[in-house]
Design a protein around this ligand. Structure first.
Ligand code: C2E
Ligand code: CA
Ligand code: CA
Length: 433
């Protein structure tokens, strides 16, 4: 899963505590070293590391005390005394620079080692704004150390180039978030609807709401550009509520204007973060109740990422089901799919991701995945919806494999509400003829 919240990231940093550095101990010998499995005692006044040493690990103090200090003209300048539970030595480990201060034990001290490998993956997967913040804090601390010694610093050009790129990425992300926040205020987001068909009789049985963003200057921004950033920020809560409100109002409108299948549903994509919001169900219920639409006409599409949002999100999902909402699992098979999750989630539908549908005619493996998903869905009594059907050959194969419902450009792309109304009315005329 590609996404990790800032809070989780900081927590990961703080939770990964340290310990001791064994002399002659090589970190690369075994990259599977676990946190806390390497530790060492230091006697009073024993040096842990010196300024200018390579900084390839950090330390957590299990017990005892250390002094972090600088040396100037042979004189020790104390910076900080650290005790049990505190972390140190992380600065040079994070950006691969040399130690900018020295450290010695003040009494008998036991340290736990945190290796670079343990942190780098987490740092790389963190939000770019968090990475920039972390770097800024490191630079500030390091500059303080150097200025105490009266040294002017010059950054290594490679590090400086990397930092410039990270800054650019962070700036772009903040700008995008700000533009989205303004877009929400200016009502620039709205749902378009992709019809979902019964593959046996070509009847439209429902529709998936897909967010569209038209900026005030008329520019259409692709969901590929903004949805990930949106879902990683708290803006998804406001935008998600707005989507629910518009989808419910639009469904009401569709019911008036079209002769819909009696179980016609609108499927709304909901991010894990929305489910983790304790107000989610209250808001959904209040919007639905005001519109007077039975809950089973609303389908909530979730991805496996919901599993990383904690127990509140899962509890909300369970409650949604018990209130009568239909639940579909989206993009199954593209993330960290687990059969255990699948069996434990309160689902009605499983959506076959379009990447499998797209490749199943040419790649034996994709076809095997599709067949396996069909088999699993049968065992777990889930309905299947195939996504991304683009050709009549794909449609035929899916039908032959027993898939009952699907959507894709072969039928229709996502449409504005009025275009959906025209399509539905046209199709009912054709069905009646
Ligand atoms: P998704 O939920 O898997 O939605 C299906 C995507 O496949 C849509 O892309 C749709 O336009 C596209 N698609 C449908 N049929 C075909 C086809 O035959 N061929 C191809 N190549 N593509 C097809 P879209 O609209 O760009 O949305 C991308 C993703 O953004 C969605 O993937 C969903 O994960 C997310 N998303 C969209 N709307 C919302 C929303 O309201 N809330 C949240 N949280 N996420 C949303
Ligand atoms: Ca979806
Ligand atoms: Ca999908």
């Amino acid at each position: 899963m590609k996404r990790q919240s800032n809070r989780n990231f900081f927590f990961a940093i703080m939770a990964v505590r340290p310990a001791k550095r064994l002399k002659n101990w090589h970190f690369n010998a075994d990259k599977t070293v676990m946190i806390g499995t390497q530790n060492q005692k230091f006697a009073e006044n024993e040096i842990v590391f010196r300024e200018g040493d390579e900084g390839d690990c950090a330390y957590l103090i299990e017990y005892g005390q250390v002094l972090v200090y600088l040396e100037k003209d042979g004189v020790e300048i104390p910076l900080k005394i650290l005790g049990k539970g505190e972390i140190f030595g992380e600065m040079s480990m994070i950006d691969n620079s040399l130690r900018s201060a020295s450290c010695r034990a003040l009494c008998e001290t036991r340290l736990v080692i945190v290796t670079q490998e343990q942190l780098l993956d987490r740092i790389q997967s963190a939000d770019p704004v968090v990475r920039l913040l972390m770097r800024a804090l490191l630079e500030r601390l390091r500059d303080q150390n150097f200025s105490i010694k009266g040294i002017q610093t010059e950054m290594n050009p490679i590090v400086s180039e990397k930092l410039a790129l990270e800054k650019q990425e962070a700036i772009e992300r903040i700008e995008l978030e700000n533009r989205m926040s303004l877009g929400l205020k200016n009502d620039e987001f709205s749902p378009h609807y992709q019809p979902i068909y019964d593959l046996e009789n070509n009847e439209v049985i429902g529709t998936e709401a897909l967010i569209r963003w038209k900026t005030s200057d008329g520019q259409l921004v692709s969901p590929g550009v903004f949805v990930d950033v949106l879902e990683q920020s708290s803006l998804i809560l406001g935008v998600g509520q707005m989507m629910i409100e518009k989808c419910v109002t639009d469904l009401k409108h569709l019911q008036k204007k079209c002769d819909l299948n009696k179980d016609f549903f609108v499927s709304i994509n909901i991010s894990g973060r929305q489910f983790a919001d304790p107000n989610f169900l209250d808001h959904l219920e209040s919007v639905r109740g005001k519109a007077g639409i039975p809950a089973h006409h609303i389908k909530l599409e979730v991805t496996e990422r919901i599993m990383t949002e904690g127990p509140q999100a899962i509890a909300t999902l369970q409650n949604c089901r018990s209130f009568g909402y239909r639940i579909a699992i989206d993009d199954f098979g593209t993330g960290f799919s687990s059969l255990q999750y699948l069996a434990s989630m309160p689902l009605h539908d499983l959506k076959i991701d379009r990447s499998f549908v797209n490749q199943m005619m040419t790649q034996e493996k994709s076809l095997s995945v599709v067949k396996t998903l069909i088999y699993m869905a049968r065992l777990l009594r889930l309905n299947l919806i195939a996504e991304g059907i683009e050709t009549s050959q794909q449609l035929l194969l899916l039908r032959n494999l027993g898939v009952k419902a699907g959507q894709g450009f072969l039928f229709s792309k996502a449409l504005a509400l009025n275009d959906l109304i025209s399509l539905l009315n046209q199709e009912s005329k054709e069905q009646a003829a």
